[in-house]
Write a protein that binds this ligand. Structure first.
Ligand code: TYD
Length: 137
């Protein structure tokens, strides 16, 4: 899938003086059914995460607290996204090499995923990713 399919999606916001509320329904606000949720937290300053791609997995990434950057690479082009609010997130389609960096202190990165954890869905070797991405074009 092309890099342009990966995009920031704004979520519904119920603003309230008692505190704001945001919600996400799979296949409504994001383009897949949610099978798994995981989160990164206590990330030490200067740490990088990710550095892999997924063959089939769709993901939606939210900065629930603090901020960080996500760099997406389709094997051809790169785009850097800065996430710093809990009412929007980044949709990542399959076959995107991603790196997460620039974590602020206290950042919480929540990821909604379309499939359960499957190590066989990962591409962890960048060379292998580039040759698979080229074949798909
Ligand atoms: P990984 O996806 O490589 O981390 P990141 O992309 O955030 O740098 O996962 C790190 C480790 O955690 C790896 O050994 C697999 C394990 N893991 C699970 O067991 N279940 C999960 O849902 C996830 C996301 C990771």
């Amino acid at each position: 899938m092309p890099l342009n399919d990966c995009r920031i999606i704004e979520l519904p916001r119920i603003n309230d003086p008692r505190g704001n509320l945001t919600f996400i329904e799979g296949e409504n606000h994001i383009p897949f059914d949610i099978k798994r949720v995981y989160y990164l937290y206590d990330v030490p300053g200067g740490s990088d995460r990710g550095a892999h791609a997924h063959k089939e997995l769709h993901q939606f990434v939210i900065a629930m607290s603090g901020s960080f950057d996500i760099v997406l690479d389709d094997g051809d082009r790169q785009r850097r996204f800065h996430l710093n609010r809990s009412y929007y997130g980044l949709y990542i389609c399959p076959m995107m090499w991603r790196t997460l960096d620039n974590f602020s202190s206290g950042a919480v990165c929540t990821v909604l995923a379309s499939r359960p954890y499957e190590e066989s869905d990962y591409i962890r070797d960048h060379g292998e990713f580039l040759s698979l991405a080229k074949k798909k074009k």
